[in-house]
Design a protein around this ligand. Structure first.
Ligand code: NAD
Length: 290
Protein backbone atom coordinates (compact mmCIF):
# COMPACT_ATOMS: atom_id res chain seq x y z
CA UNK A 1 0.00 0.00 0.00
CA UNK A 2 1.47 3.37 -0.98
CA UNK A 3 1.00 6.61 0.88
CA UNK A 4 1.96 10.02 -0.46
CA UNK A 5 2.90 11.44 2.94
CA UNK A 6 2.37 11.01 6.63
CA UNK A 7 0.14 13.97 7.37
CA UNK A 8 -2.94 14.39 5.20
CA UNK A 9 -3.33 18.14 4.87
CA UNK A 10 -7.07 18.82 4.69
CA UNK A 11 -6.52 22.58 4.76
CA UNK A 12 -4.44 22.58 1.56
CA UNK A 13 -6.70 20.05 -0.18
CA UNK A 14 -9.83 22.04 0.71
CA UNK A 15 -8.23 25.33 -0.41
CA UNK A 16 -7.51 23.86 -3.85
CA UNK A 17 -11.02 22.40 -4.12
CA UNK A 18 -12.60 25.70 -3.08
CA UNK A 19 -10.63 27.59 -5.67
CA UNK A 20 -11.81 25.16 -8.40
CA UNK A 21 -15.40 25.53 -7.17
CA UNK A 22 -15.10 29.31 -7.26
CA UNK A 23 -13.99 29.20 -10.89
CA UNK A 24 -16.93 26.97 -11.83
CA UNK A 25 -19.37 29.14 -9.87
CA UNK A 26 -18.13 32.27 -11.65
CA UNK A 27 -18.42 30.49 -14.97
CA UNK A 28 -22.01 29.43 -14.22
CA UNK A 29 -22.87 33.00 -13.34
CA UNK A 30 -21.13 34.49 -16.38
CA UNK A 31 -22.42 31.99 -18.95
CA UNK A 32 -25.88 31.08 -17.60
CA UNK A 33 -26.65 34.03 -15.32
CA UNK A 34 -27.11 31.65 -12.39
CA UNK A 35 -25.67 32.74 -9.05
CA UNK A 36 -25.40 29.58 -6.91
CA UNK A 37 -27.28 30.31 -3.70
CA UNK A 38 -27.27 28.46 -0.39
CA UNK A 39 -29.97 29.11 2.22
CA UNK A 40 -28.70 28.40 5.74
CA UNK A 41 -31.33 27.91 8.44
CA UNK A 42 -30.47 27.94 12.12
CA UNK A 43 -32.94 27.59 14.99
CA UNK A 44 -31.90 28.72 18.48
CA UNK A 45 -28.59 29.92 19.84
CA UNK A 46 -26.34 26.89 20.21
CA UNK A 47 -22.85 28.49 20.25
CA UNK A 48 -21.15 25.68 18.29
CA UNK A 49 -23.89 25.80 15.64
CA UNK A 50 -23.45 29.58 15.38
CA UNK A 51 -19.74 29.11 14.61
CA UNK A 52 -20.46 26.41 12.01
CA UNK A 53 -23.14 28.57 10.36
CA UNK A 54 -20.87 31.62 10.25
CA UNK A 55 -18.08 29.56 8.68
CA UNK A 56 -20.41 28.08 6.08
CA UNK A 57 -21.81 31.48 5.11
CA UNK A 58 -18.34 32.99 4.83
CA UNK A 59 -17.04 30.06 2.76
CA UNK A 60 -20.06 30.27 0.44
CA UNK A 61 -19.44 33.94 -0.25
CA UNK A 62 -15.68 33.41 -0.69
CA UNK A 63 -16.54 30.78 -3.32
CA UNK A 64 -18.35 33.40 -5.39
CA UNK A 65 -21.79 32.17 -4.34
CA UNK A 66 -24.64 33.84 -2.49
CA UNK A 67 -25.83 32.83 0.95
CA UNK A 68 -29.20 33.62 2.50
CA UNK A 69 -29.30 33.26 6.25
CA UNK A 70 -32.43 32.53 8.32
CA UNK A 71 -31.89 32.64 12.07
CA UNK A 72 -35.07 31.62 13.93
CA UNK A 73 -35.68 31.86 17.70
CA UNK A 74 -35.33 28.74 19.89
CA UNK A 75 -39.12 28.69 20.48
CA UNK A 76 -39.86 28.25 16.75
CA UNK A 77 -42.47 25.52 16.19
CA UNK A 78 -42.03 22.65 13.76
CA UNK A 79 -44.88 24.05 11.63
CA UNK A 80 -43.13 27.44 11.35
CA UNK A 81 -39.88 25.80 10.30
CA UNK A 82 -41.68 23.59 7.77
CA UNK A 83 -43.33 26.73 6.34
CA UNK A 84 -39.92 28.33 5.83
CA UNK A 85 -38.60 25.15 4.16
CA UNK A 86 -41.62 25.15 1.81
CA UNK A 87 -40.91 28.78 0.89
CA UNK A 88 -37.24 28.00 0.22
CA UNK A 89 -38.17 24.89 -1.80
CA UNK A 90 -40.38 27.05 -4.02
CA UNK A 91 -37.83 29.87 -4.39
CA UNK A 92 -36.09 29.38 -7.74
CA UNK A 93 -33.22 31.64 -6.75
CA UNK A 94 -32.28 29.23 -3.91
CA UNK A 95 -30.37 26.13 -5.06
CA UNK A 96 -29.27 24.58 -1.77
CA UNK A 97 -30.95 24.43 1.65
CA UNK A 98 -29.07 23.58 4.81
CA UNK A 99 -30.74 23.25 8.21
CA UNK A 100 -28.09 23.39 10.91
CA UNK A 101 -28.37 20.55 13.44
CA UNK A 102 -29.14 20.01 16.25
CA UNK A 103 -32.68 21.39 16.33
CA UNK A 104 -34.59 22.26 19.54
CA UNK A 105 -36.46 19.36 21.18
CA UNK A 106 -39.94 20.48 20.02
CA UNK A 107 -38.94 19.97 16.36
CA UNK A 108 -38.76 16.53 14.74
CA UNK A 109 -35.42 16.53 12.94
CA UNK A 110 -36.37 13.83 10.42
CA UNK A 111 -39.62 15.60 9.49
CA UNK A 112 -37.63 18.75 8.73
CA UNK A 113 -34.85 17.03 6.79
CA UNK A 114 -37.40 15.11 4.72
CA UNK A 115 -39.29 18.33 3.95
CA UNK A 116 -36.30 19.76 2.07
CA UNK A 117 -36.57 19.19 -1.66
CA UNK A 118 -34.12 16.34 -2.50
CA UNK A 119 -32.82 18.49 -5.38
CA UNK A 120 -31.82 21.20 -2.87
CA UNK A 121 -30.64 18.86 -0.11
CA UNK A 122 -26.95 19.82 -0.26
CA UNK A 123 -26.26 18.14 3.10
CA UNK A 124 -27.38 14.82 1.57
CA UNK A 125 -29.49 13.89 4.62
CA UNK A 126 -32.88 13.53 2.86
CA UNK A 127 -34.23 9.99 2.85
CA UNK A 128 -34.23 10.00 -0.98
CA UNK A 129 -30.56 10.97 -1.18
CA UNK A 130 -29.67 8.47 1.57
CA UNK A 131 -31.57 5.82 -0.41
CA UNK A 132 -29.82 6.66 -3.68
CA UNK A 133 -26.46 6.31 -1.95
CA UNK A 134 -27.57 3.06 -0.30
CA UNK A 135 -28.34 1.44 -3.66
CA UNK A 136 -25.13 2.72 -5.23
CA UNK A 137 -26.58 5.42 -7.46
CA UNK A 138 -24.57 8.57 -8.04
CA UNK A 139 -27.32 11.01 -8.98
CA UNK A 140 -28.13 12.10 -5.42
CA UNK A 141 -26.31 14.32 -2.97
CA UNK A 142 -23.68 12.63 -0.81
CA UNK A 143 -23.25 13.87 2.78
CA UNK A 144 -20.38 16.34 2.91
CA UNK A 145 -18.17 14.84 5.63
CA UNK A 146 -17.93 11.30 4.19
CA UNK A 147 -17.47 12.81 0.72
CA UNK A 148 -14.52 14.83 2.04
CA UNK A 149 -13.07 11.75 3.77
CA UNK A 150 -13.19 9.84 0.47
CA UNK A 151 -11.33 12.64 -1.32
CA UNK A 152 -8.62 12.64 1.36
CA UNK A 153 -8.35 8.85 1.18
CA UNK A 154 -8.02 8.93 -2.60
CA UNK A 155 -5.27 11.55 -2.26
CA UNK A 156 -3.04 9.00 -0.50
CA UNK A 157 -4.52 5.73 -1.81
CA UNK A 158 -5.43 6.02 -5.48
CA UNK A 159 -6.77 2.42 -5.47
CA UNK A 160 -9.07 1.42 -2.64
CA UNK A 161 -10.46 -1.78 -4.14
CA UNK A 162 -9.71 -4.89 -2.10
CA UNK A 163 -8.61 -3.01 1.03
CA UNK A 164 -10.19 -3.71 4.39
CA UNK A 165 -11.77 -0.59 5.90
CA UNK A 166 -13.12 -0.28 9.42
CA UNK A 167 -15.51 2.55 10.24
CA UNK A 168 -15.92 3.42 13.92
CA UNK A 169 -19.37 4.96 14.40
CA UNK A 170 -22.52 4.49 12.34
CA UNK A 171 -24.46 7.76 12.45
CA UNK A 172 -26.56 8.74 9.43
CA UNK A 173 -24.41 11.84 9.02
CA UNK A 174 -20.97 10.22 8.94
CA UNK A 175 -20.44 6.52 9.71
CA UNK A 176 -23.23 4.96 7.64
CA UNK A 177 -22.72 6.92 4.41
CA UNK A 178 -18.95 6.53 4.86
CA UNK A 179 -19.33 2.75 4.95
CA UNK A 180 -21.45 2.85 1.77
CA UNK A 181 -18.88 4.94 -0.09
CA UNK A 182 -15.99 2.70 0.97
CA UNK A 183 -17.91 -0.37 -0.09
CA UNK A 184 -18.73 1.19 -3.46
CA UNK A 185 -15.01 1.94 -3.89
CA UNK A 186 -14.37 -1.80 -3.57
CA UNK A 187 -13.33 -2.02 0.09
CA UNK A 188 -14.39 -4.80 2.40
CA UNK A 189 -16.04 -2.79 5.17
CA UNK A 190 -16.59 -3.47 8.84
CA UNK A 191 -18.79 -1.01 10.72
CA UNK A 192 -18.30 -0.78 14.48
CA UNK A 193 -20.38 1.09 17.06
CA UNK A 194 -21.12 1.34 20.76
CA UNK A 195 -22.40 -2.24 20.90
CA UNK A 196 -19.34 -3.72 19.15
CA UNK A 197 -17.67 -6.07 21.64
CA UNK A 198 -14.05 -5.36 20.73
CA UNK A 199 -13.58 -2.33 18.45
CA UNK A 200 -9.77 -2.52 18.71
CA UNK A 201 -9.76 -6.10 17.42
CA UNK A 202 -11.54 -4.84 14.29
CA UNK A 203 -9.39 -1.74 13.70
CA UNK A 204 -6.17 -3.78 14.10
CA UNK A 205 -7.06 -5.75 10.96
CA UNK A 206 -7.82 -2.67 8.87
CA UNK A 207 -5.90 -1.06 6.02
CA UNK A 208 -8.12 2.01 6.44
CA UNK A 209 -9.64 3.23 9.70
CA UNK A 210 -12.24 6.02 9.68
CA UNK A 211 -13.26 7.18 13.14
CA UNK A 212 -16.45 9.18 13.79
CA UNK A 213 -17.47 8.34 17.34
CA UNK A 214 -17.41 11.68 19.18
CA UNK A 215 -15.13 10.16 21.84
CA UNK A 216 -11.83 12.05 22.33
CA UNK A 217 -8.72 9.90 21.98
CA UNK A 218 -10.73 6.67 21.59
CA UNK A 219 -8.39 5.06 19.06
CA UNK A 220 -5.02 4.28 20.67
CA UNK A 221 -1.64 3.49 19.14
CA UNK A 222 -2.00 -0.29 19.48
CA UNK A 223 -5.40 -0.25 17.72
CA UNK A 224 -3.74 0.41 14.36
CA UNK A 225 -1.96 -1.99 12.02
CA UNK A 226 1.42 -0.61 10.88
CA UNK A 227 0.96 1.11 7.52
CA UNK A 228 -2.78 1.76 7.86
CA UNK A 229 -4.36 5.03 6.74
CA UNK A 230 -6.29 6.76 9.52
CA UNK A 231 -9.02 9.36 9.00
CA UNK A 232 -10.13 11.12 12.17
CA UNK A 233 -13.54 12.77 11.82
CA UNK A 234 -13.99 13.57 15.52
CA UNK A 235 -14.31 17.15 16.70
CA UNK A 236 -14.30 17.28 20.47
CA UNK A 237 -13.63 20.09 22.89
CA UNK A 238 -11.15 19.00 25.53
CA UNK A 239 -9.69 20.78 28.55
CA UNK A 240 -5.91 20.48 28.59
CA UNK A 241 -3.24 22.06 30.82
CA UNK A 242 -2.79 24.57 27.95
CA UNK A 243 -6.51 25.45 27.98
CA UNK A 244 -9.48 24.30 25.88
CA UNK A 245 -8.51 22.58 22.62
CA UNK A 246 -10.24 20.83 19.74
CA UNK A 247 -9.18 17.18 19.61
CA UNK A 248 -10.16 14.25 17.44
CA UNK A 249 -11.32 10.71 18.20
CA UNK A 250 -7.80 9.39 17.58
CA UNK A 251 -4.89 9.67 20.02
CA UNK A 252 -2.82 11.34 17.32
CA UNK A 253 0.62 11.20 18.97
CA UNK A 254 0.28 7.46 19.61
CA UNK A 255 -1.26 6.53 16.27
CA UNK A 256 0.79 8.68 13.87
CA UNK A 257 4.02 6.62 14.24
CA UNK A 258 2.17 3.45 13.09
CA UNK A 259 0.09 4.99 10.33
CA UNK A 260 1.16 5.38 6.71
CA UNK A 261 -0.96 8.54 6.61
CA UNK A 262 -3.24 10.28 9.07
CA UNK A 263 -5.48 13.35 9.21
CA UNK A 264 -4.81 15.84 12.01
CA UNK A 265 -7.52 17.53 14.10
CA UNK A 266 -7.95 20.37 13.43
CA UNK A 267 -6.86 20.72 9.82
CA UNK A 268 -7.93 17.34 8.44
CA UNK A 269 -11.53 16.40 7.70
CA UNK A 270 -13.16 19.61 9.02
CA UNK A 271 -12.11 21.92 6.15
CA UNK A 272 -13.17 19.26 3.64
CA UNK A 273 -16.72 19.18 5.00
CA UNK A 274 -17.25 22.84 4.12
CA UNK A 275 -15.55 22.47 0.72
CA UNK A 276 -17.87 19.55 -0.11
CA UNK A 277 -20.89 21.59 0.96
CA UNK A 278 -19.83 24.20 -1.61
CA UNK A 279 -19.37 21.46 -4.19
CA UNK A 280 -22.90 20.16 -3.55
CA UNK A 281 -24.32 23.69 -3.75
CA UNK A 282 -22.58 24.24 -7.06
CA UNK A 283 -23.96 20.92 -8.33
CA UNK A 284 -27.46 21.90 -7.25
CA UNK A 285 -27.16 25.16 -9.18
CA UNK A 286 -25.65 23.39 -12.20
CA UNK A 287 -28.61 21.01 -12.21
CA UNK A 288 -30.71 24.07 -12.89
CA UNK A 289 -28.42 25.06 -15.76
CA UNK A 290 -29.16 21.74 -17.48
P1 NAD B 1 -23.13 10.47 16.66
O1 NAD B 1 -23.10 10.67 18.15
O2 NAD B 1 -24.37 10.69 15.91
O3 NAD B 1 -22.66 8.98 16.36
C1 NAD B 1 -21.56 8.42 17.01
C2 NAD B 1 -21.41 6.97 16.57
O4 NAD B 1 -20.22 6.47 17.18
C3 NAD B 1 -22.55 6.08 17.02
O5 NAD B 1 -22.85 5.16 15.97
C4 NAD B 1 -21.98 5.31 18.22
O6 NAD B 1 -22.50 3.98 18.32
C5 NAD B 1 -20.50 5.28 17.89
N1 NAD B 1 -19.64 5.26 19.08
C6 NAD B 1 -19.66 6.16 20.09
N2 NAD B 1 -18.74 5.81 21.02
C7 NAD B 1 -18.15 4.68 20.55
C8 NAD B 1 -17.15 3.85 21.07
N3 NAD B 1 -16.57 4.07 22.26
N4 NAD B 1 -16.77 2.78 20.32
C9 NAD B 1 -17.36 2.53 19.12
N5 NAD B 1 -18.32 3.29 18.59
C10 NAD B 1 -18.71 4.35 19.31
O7 NAD B 1 -21.93 11.35 16.12
P2 NAD B 1 -21.61 11.90 14.63
O8 NAD B 1 -22.54 12.98 14.28
O9 NAD B 1 -21.42 10.75 13.69
O10 NAD B 1 -20.19 12.58 14.91
C11 NAD B 1 -19.09 11.82 15.36
C12 NAD B 1 -17.90 12.75 15.59
O11 NAD B 1 -17.56 13.37 14.37
C13 NAD B 1 -18.19 13.90 16.57
O12 NAD B 1 -16.99 14.19 17.27
C14 NAD B 1 -18.56 15.05 15.66
O13 NAD B 1 -18.28 16.31 16.25
C15 NAD B 1 -17.61 14.78 14.50
N6 NAD B 1 -18.06 15.36 13.22
C16 NAD B 1 -17.14 16.02 12.52
C17 NAD B 1 -17.45 16.53 11.29
C18 NAD B 1 -16.38 17.23 10.51
O14 NAD B 1 -16.68 18.03 9.64
N7 NAD B 1 -15.10 16.93 10.76
C19 NAD B 1 -18.75 16.39 10.77
C20 NAD B 1 -19.69 15.67 11.51
C21 NAD B 1 -19.32 15.14 12.75
Amino acid sequence: MEAAGKLINGVAFARQLRSEIRQEAENLHAVHGILPTLAVVMVGNDPASAVYVRNKIRATEQAGMRSVSHHLPAITSEAELLDLIATLNADETVHGILVQLPLPAQIDRDAVLDAISPAKDVDGFHIVNAGLLAVGRHDGFIPCTPMGCMMLLHSVLPELAGLHAVVVGCSNIVGRPMARLLQQAGCTVTVTHLQTRDVAAETRRADIVVVAAGHPGLVRGDWIKPGAVVIDVGINRAETPQGARIVGDVAFDEVAPHAAAITPVPGGVGPMTIACLLQNTLRAAQGLAG
